[in-house]
Design a protein around this ligand. Structure first.
Ligand code: HAM
Length: 426
């Protein structure tokens, strides 16, 4: 757009964020920690497209959920097909699991993934329109030990991230045998307090009554305080399964609490569901969430194979880790005096980079003073200054920046590398 003679800059779309260089170290730490933990539990990475057919999300997440009703980025491509930017990871992973018949390769398929997801929500702290999830899906077993393994993994992942704050809450949402009875009891209860509910909840009462329990409107919270809870309606199989999960969690000392009001915003869940919640992020209390989806694979056209998984929100984890520094500082700064020293400086710098060290120089700076200013700014651990004398004598002064301690060493990359990485000055 042009305004007069001025070109007006283009900014990013609302709710879509840039990750800037001084923030990416923190994200890499989160991703690397997740990869490390996932591999210990045997999860292998799967990468699926960020765009899928719209129908995939309608059939899995559910037509009457907020995500499908209000939040999807859906568009028609040039061929007139309805496509959607994925609002979450499970649907695409399950689609790929069925399409590539991964169930034929192993009785339990353990997959992990990370990447951007898209929901047209009202942006605020911890809630964005493009956000990033890291998650796992374990597909193939109903055994409560698998639920407990996933929950153990989640708990260890947060521990290794250095976060003690988000606490684990679990619930069982029952199955197609027991949930309809609970649903009827809840609808019955809600019809008795209809007038106290918000307009959204009055609508949900007919379409998706369990979601009423998750409404944040104070009037709805108050009105549903005495609502029946799913835990009183579980069928014997679901009850045994949920006790089994808790037995394993107790055996492995995984801390958790029961929250029988927890319902999830996606329709595919059955039995075990869970959230890692925090009070530190305002309205966005869930840092990670997941659960079992025993009917989903079949619902999407695959065999009758159960599954369970979770996903964490990277932005929310990054907010919780916030003030930790993941700055990458150079091991060495190479300053040069005079044009003839530039090539020697470049040779030494390249040699040390080949040896695995982080080395910086300043190609632009003319004076030695401004080069050393840059060494300070970058917080380099060591510096050297190469001039004619250094080249003639093949010796250079290696200076430790923290305390100014100096040592005369040979002007050879190998020798400098040895000193910097474990020599006498360390
Ligand atoms: P979800 O609860 O919709 O579950 O999302 C999981 C996590 O993604 C949330 O706990 C939150 O940290 C993050 N998140 C969700 N929406 C936003 C947003 N607008 N901005 C920032 N972060 C957000 C799922 O997506 C399921 N697929 C999880 C799962 C995997 N269940 C089984 N397997």
């Amino acid at each position: 757009m042009k305004r007069g003679n001025l070109q007006v800059g283009i900014s990013a779309i609302k709710g879509f964020n840039d990750l800037l260089p001084f923030e990416s170290g923190l994200w890499q730490f989160i991703e690397q920690t997740a990869r490390k933990v996932f591999s210990r539990y045997g999860f292998q990475e799967i990468r699926v497209p960020v765009v899928e057919k719209t129908e995939l999300f309608c059939r899995s997440i559910g037509d009457t959920t907020d995500i499908v009703e209000k939040e999807m980025y859906t568009f028609a491509d040039k061929g007139g097909n309805s496509l959607t930017l994925r609002p979450e990871g499970t649907a695409g992973v399950v689609r790929a699991f069925i399409e590539h018949k991964l169930y034929a390769l192993d009785s339990l398929t353990k997959l992990c993934y990370m990447g951007p997801m898209f929901r047209h929500e009202r942006p605020q702290k911890g809630r964005y329109r493009q956000f990033h999830q890291i998650g796992v899906e374990a597909i193939g077993s109903t055994d409560p030990m698998v639920d407990a393994q996933v929950l153990h993994l989640v708990s260890r992942l947060f521990q290794e991230l250095g976060l003690t704050e988000p606490s684990l809450q679990i619930n069982s949402l029952g199955c197609p045998v027991c949930r309809p009875t609970y649903r009827r009891a809840l609808v019955n209860f809600l019809s008795g307090c209809q007038d106290a509910l918000c307009a959204d909840c009055r609508r949900r009462q007919a379409t998706n009554p369990l979601r009423v329990l998750d409404c944040k409107v104070p009037g709805c919270i108050l009105a549903t305080q005495g609502a029946p809870t799913i835990s009183d309606y579980l069928c014997p199989d679901c009850d045994t399964h949920f006790s089994g999960v808790q037995g394993y969690l107790n055996a492995a000392d995984v801390p958790y609490s029961l929250n029988s009001r927890m319902v999830r915003g996606l329709d595919y869940y059955t039995r075990t569901t869970f959230e890692l919640v925090t009070g530190l992020l305002g309205a966005q209390s869930a840092v990670a969430a997941g659960g079992r989806y025993d009917g989903l694979v079949e619902q999407l056209g695959g065999p009758s194979v159960p599954g369970i998984g979770f996903a964490l929100g990277v932005e929310r984890v990054a907010l919780l880790l916030g003030d930790r520094s993941f700055e990458q500082v150079p091991d060495l700064f190479v300053a040069v005096m005079g044009d003839s020293a530039r090539k020697t400086g470049f040779r030494i710098m390249s040699g040390l980079q080949d040896a695995g060290l982080r080395v910086e120089a300043d190609a632009e700076a003319k004076s030695l003073k401004s080069q050393l200013r840059r060494a300070d700014k970058l917080k380099a651990r060591y510096s050297i200054v190469i001039g004619e004398t250094e080249i003639e004598t093949n010796k250079v002064t290696l200076k430790r920046m923290a305390d100014g301690e100096q040592e005369l060493v040979s002007l050879e990359a190998v020798e400098l590398a040895a000193k910097i990485t474990g020599g006498s000055m360390l």
